[in-house]
Design a protein around this ligand. Structure first.
Ligand code: COA
Length: 203
């Protein structure tokens, strides 16, 4: 359970707040480095497990690029679960957020929530992108390693942009695990990096 916009004036207030959550741990928080609640959260037993960065851009002017040869974009259906889980593992193995979520992550049952698009080469799923619309928040994006640098990630972002625009949104926002490849990718697509957040988990 992700606790968004967490605030507490002291440890007792935080403890009371956690006590009142109508769900069992694990609890997950994402905090900006200067957030005063960070120290309280650590004292309450939350452990850091990943750093993310936030990046955003307007949909207008997004570079479309050439579609990758032989790659189709499909709307995800839950019947694709087995093939999707293979792609998710290949794309995200070794990443801290994926490790902390455990398998299955839940996205394989995500058809019908937001815009969930996969990239397929023949029968194989090689990339995926889950976007909350109309807000344009991209929560889950990956391309399998042997298909990278072919423009598949760019196709998925363009698809998220179309879905967001159709739903009435104007911007895309991504929160991604902070790696050089994710920064390189989003910067190349004209996203502006807005800041970083530390993710902490109480099991
Ligand atoms: C980030 C990721 C989705 C990129 O997918 P991709 O299909 O390789 O991306 P594209 O081929 O569309 O790349 C478009 C442009 O982004 C930039 N780019 C992509 N990968 C990059 C990298 N590793 N380093 C620097 N720049 C990169 C390049 O400018 C590239 O254009 P070019 O190949 O013509 O130079 C992929 O590396 C991935 O799945 N990483 C692990 C999961 C992850 O980080 N997810 C969050 C992503 S925000």
């Amino acid at each position: 359970m992700r606790l968004e916009n967490l605030g507490a004036r002291d440890g007792a207030a935080l403890a009371a707040l956690l006590e009142a959550i109508p769900a069992d741990p694990p609890y997950d928080v994402a905090l900006e480095p200067a957030d005063p609640v960070a120290a309280l959260v650590r004292e309450a037993g939350f452990e850091p497990y990943a750093t993310t960065f936030t990046a955003s851009r307007a949909i207008d002017g997004l570079p479309e690029g050439e579609p990758a040869e032989g790659v189709r974009l499909l709307t995800y259906t839950n019947e694709m679960a087995a093939r999707y889980e293979d792609a998710e593992f290949d794309a995200l193995d070794g990443m801290a957020i994926f490790k902390a979520m455990g398998r299955p992550t839940g996205y394989s049952q995500g058809a019908g929530y937001g815009d969930f698009t996969v990239a397929a080469a023949g029968e194989r799923i090689i990339g995926f992108c889950f976007t909350q619309v109309p807000e344009g928040i991209i929560w889950w994006l990956g391309v399998v390693p042997d298909q990278r640098r072919r423009g598949v990630g760019r196709m998925l972002i363009a698809s998220a942009a179309r879905a967001t625009r159709t739903a009435g949104g104007t911007h895309l926002l991504v929160e991604a695990e902070d790696t050089p490849e994710a920064r390189g990718f989003l910067t190349a697509l004209g996203f502006r990096i807005r800041g970083t957040r530390e993710l902490l988990l109480r099991r």
